[in-house]
Design a protein around this ligand. Sequence first.
Ligand SMILES: [Zn+2]
Length: 128
Amino acid sequence: MRKVVEPPRFKGYRPFGVNSKSRKSIDLLYEEYEALKLADYDFLKHNEAAELMGISRPTFARIYESARRKIAAALVEAKEIKTVYGNAVMDKDWYLCSKCNARFNIPATMEKEICPACNSKNIELINK
Ligand SMILES: [Zn+2]
């Protein structure tokens, strides 16, 4: 299991201006998103990023490489990117509201499992 500090803020990416009938998608794993974020967005060194994710440096390098290849393929081949759970384990229990797409975690003091942004009951746990 790989640690992901925060899940992606999206369910997927979709290219503009392509024939939707021929649309294919690429599954990006949460840990791949996290690896790419830590290395190319947060500019961490690979050994630092690996430590943060609780994995070895070679494993990190493999996940990172896989993430880059998938995103490059999605751009070049105009494919959708979908994020799937993969082998990631979140630091907290994160939920996603299906209605307003808010991401949140529910404190133990809260009785009802509802979206704190829109009060919708239509929420899903995204790290199980
Ligand atoms: Zn909501």
